[in-house]
Structures are given as structure tokens and as C-alpha cells.
Ligand binder design. Structure first.
Ligand code: S3P
Length: 180
């Protein structure tokens, strides 16, 4: 008889662009032997288009609808590390769906640190502006109340991947052992 897989909750990573969701998410999934999915990849795969093209051709509201569709899909999974796009927190329905089977960790970093990490990347449509640092600061302020809805906030500035991962693993393992 096939052994039934234990239905552990997902580790969900939210947070602003450049806070390390993808790098940390991939490493965590390997270490914890969990599967990995990124909502931005789901959107690109399902639509056959790049995120920057969706923004440029159809605008942000269309992107947000596709994002919610991707969230609905990944929220049905178990035993996954799920990385999300930086704006996933903006819709209440996304957070409700992700929380159903998941523990949500919000990765944070200072505006200066985020700028340092993303300044040479050109694939982020929201940062294609003359003053990206200013844009990052104002978006962080605007989004703060949404990010604060995560179960745990994890500061990454000045911390190695190993340190951030150790914290997430500790909290996750404990919450599986003693569910609230
Ligand atoms: C966005 C962040 C991006 C991507 C899209 C919008 C945002 O994801 O979903 O460009 O609104 O912050 P990353 O956070 O993975 O860069």
C-alpha cells in the first residue's frame, strides 16, 4: 500500500523585491526536502509571457489578477516552500488563501540594502524610474501595514542566508510540533 505523505504546512515567503525570497526559498526547500514554487514563475508559465511584458502591455491590474489566480493554485499545495511576488500582500484574499495551509514569513531589509541588491537588475518593472531608491522607500512605507500581516517578520539586512534560514527553520519546525 502507498504510504500517505504527511500534510505539513507550506513555508510562504513574502516581502519586498530584493529581500531574498527566491534565493532563500530555493535553499530552504533543498535543506528541508520540500518542493519549491514561485508565484511569479507560475504566472509566466501559465500565461506564456514575461512579467515585464504583462505590466507593459496590459498594466498592473491585469498582472494582479493573474497573481491572485496563481496564489489560488499554490494555496492548495502542502509541503512546499512558496515564494511570492513583492505585491502579493496587497490583496487580502491572497493572504487569506496563503495562510490556510501555510506559515507566512515576511523577509525585510532597509531601502538602502534593497537598492544595493537590485540596482543592476532590469527586469523589475516597478523600479524602472529615475530615482529607484526614493521609489523603494515610498513603496516600503506604503506597503508596511500589508507586510505586517505576515505571521513572522525576518530582517535580512546584515544577516547571511544561513542565519535567515536557521531562524525560519527553527520557527517552522516548532510550529509543526506545537500547532496553535
Ligand atoms: C512586484 C514584485 C515582483 C513581481 C512584479 C511586481 C511588486 O516580484 O511580482 O514585478 O509589486 O513588488 P519580486 O518581489 O519577486 O521581484
Amino acid at each position: 500500500m502507498k504510504r500517505q505523505e504527511t500534510r505539513n504546512p507550506n513555508i510562504v515567503l513574502v516581502g519586498f523585491m530584493g529581500t531574498g525570497k527566491t534565493s532563500i526559498g530555493r535553499r530552504l526547500s533543498t535543506q528541508l526536502r520540500m518542493r519549491y514554487v514561485d508565484t511569479d514563475d507560475v504566472i509566466e508559465r501559465d500565461s506564456g509571457r514575461r512579467i515585464s511584458d504583462i505590466f507593459a502591455e496590459d498594466g498592473e491590474p491585469t498582472f494582479r489578477e493573474l497573481e491572485s489566480e496563481a496564489v489560488r493554485k499554490v494555496s492548495n499545495l502542502y509541503n512546499y516552500v512558496i515564494s511570492t511576488g513583492g505585491g502579493v500582500v496587497l490583496k487580502e484574499e491572497n493572504m487569506v488563501a496563503l495562510k490556510r495551509n501555510g506559515i507566512i514569513f515576511c523577509l525585510t531589509a532597509t531601502a538602502e540594502e534593497i537598492y544595493r541588491r537590485v540596482q543592476h537588475q532590469s527586469h523589475r518593472p516597478l523600479l524602472q524610474t529615475p530615482d529607484p531608491l526614493m521609489k523603494i522607500s515610498s513603496m516600503l512605507e506604503e506597503r508596511h501595514p500589508y507586510y505586517a500581516k505576515a505571521d513572522y517578520m525576518v530582517e535580512t539586512t546584515g544577516r547571511s542566508f544561513g542565519e535567515v534560514m536557521a531562524y525560519i527553520k527553527r520557527v517552522f519546525t516548532k510550529s509543526i510540533r506545537d500547532p496553535k
